[in-house]
Design a protein around this ligand. Structure first.
Ligand SMILES: Cc1cc2nc3c(=O)[nH]c(=O)nc-3n(C[C@H](O)[C@H](O)[C@H](O)COP(=O)(O)OP(=O)(O)OC[C@H]3O[C@@H](n4cnc5c(N)ncnc54)[C@H](O)[C@@H]3O)c2cc1C
Length: 335
């Protein structure tokens, strides 16, 4: 079957039965833009029951329709069930593209579904474009250690499946459309096909200081840090600015800070109002995770790549500059 037989883009809305996760809404907001260019309809797929107020939040992101699967049932995530549900839906409706939040669950079922329906799946794109000449989605992501941006397409097979990390796109609802089509789907699964089950569930117990994704101010420490002993001044600066501490990957590799604080392509995506980084070289794997209103960089190397990304650059020793910032902030607060 040719590509032209496949139409419309889908966003998977992951939820816990009470609330839709941000990533699905972020996807809808971004896909609205793509669908306006491609002429496709944007449909949000919700599996299991979700309160009307939450469905309204999905509609507010500008979707043309909702596909509600088993809407009166509590449908806990299950690898085989979700793979089967999406494979059946894709075979029935033939969407051109399916976008799934790159959460633990999304990254689990999306590639399995792709294999099941004989198509391709890409992961972790940080930009999406619609190619009018070919009708393909261009999934853009850092590659070769961040030295190049790779453009990945699925030129022959459909649907195009992609997982996108939470926080990659902005949540900026376009408003609900006048008419939103609601498709009710009932999918019965053969119990014999379900081979995995949840044995127990432990909610995320990380302290608030480890949740940096929504922080308005982030102070990031890079590999320029000599040792863990030097971290205190950066923590102090973050506290004075009312923000949180984050880091680059080498600090996680050096076991100085936990993975939860790693900012970038394979870490957390952040969108703070203010981002101040110290001793960070500016590899695209890191900067891809930062979308800040104001970006400040401190590095002793005037040629450092990071200075191509920042609004304000300071050439100097990171510890000295940090101490001076603390001194000046304290002086201001004392006034
Ligand atoms: C697939 C893949 C995914 C990745 N994902 C991520 C990711 O999510 N997040 C991430 O951060 N990285 C990621 N990386 C790694 C990334 O490519 C870089 O290696 C990393 O971001 C570099 O971290 P850095 O800038 O802190 O360290 P470095 O590149 O070592 O830079 C240290 C900088 O500190 C400066 N410096 C040193 N001493 C001082 C001083 N006293 N004062 C001031 N400046 C000083 C130096 O001039 C240098 O510019 C990924 C890599 C790959 C291949």
């Amino acid at each position: 079957m040719g590509k032209s037989a496949y139409k419309n883009m889908w966003a998977y809305i992951e939820h816990d039965g009470a609330r839709a996760m941000d990533v699905g809404l972020e996807l809808c907001c971004e896909l609205r833009r793509l669908c306006d260019r491609s002429g496709d309809k944007l449909l949000a797929v919700v599996v299991g029951s979700l309160p009307d107020g939450e469905l309204q939040r999905v509609k507010d992101c500008g979707v043309d329709g909702l596909i509600l699967v088993n809407r009166d049932e509590r449908m806990e995530y299950n690898t085989e069930a979700y793979t089967e549900i999406f494979a059946r839906l894709a075979n029935k409706y033939r969407p051109s593209a399916i976008f799934v939040g790159g959460t633990a669950n999304g990254r689990d079922f999306a590639p399995r579904c792709a294999v099941r329906i004989n198509t391709g799946c890409t992961s972790d794109a940080i930009e999406l474009e619609y190619d009018e000449a070919t009708g393909d989605i261009r999934f853009i992501e850092p590659a070769v250690g961040g030295k190049i941006m790779a453009v990945i397409t699925i030129p022959e097979l459909r649907p195009q499946i992609g997982t996108i990390r939470p926080g990659t796109f902005r949540y900026s609802p376009a408003g609900a459309r006048e008419k939103v089509k609601v498709i009710d789907e009932r999918i019965e699964l053969d119990p014999a096909s379900i081979r995995s089950r949840t044995l127990s569930f432990a909610p995320d117990s990380a302290g608030p200081e480890l949740n940096i994704a929504d922080s308005e101010v982030v102070v990031c420490v890079g590999n320029g840090l000599k040792s863990a002993d030097g971290l205190d001044i950066y923590r102090e600066l973050a506290a004075l600015l009312g923000g949180k501490l984050g880091c680059t990957r080498p600090l996680v590799d050096r076991e100085i800070l936990p993975y939860r604080l790693q900012i970038g392509q394979s870490g957390v995506m952040i969108k703070p109002r203010l981002y101040v980084c110290f001793g960070v070289s500016g590899a695209v794997n890191h900067t891809a995770g930062v979308s800040a209103d104001t970006f400040v960089a401190v590095n002793r190397d005037p040629q450092a790549q990071i200075f191509n990304y920042c609004d304000y650059g300071i050439v100097g020793d990171m510890d000295e500059v940090c101490r001076e910032m603390i001194r000046q902030l304290k002086a201001r607060k004392a006034q």
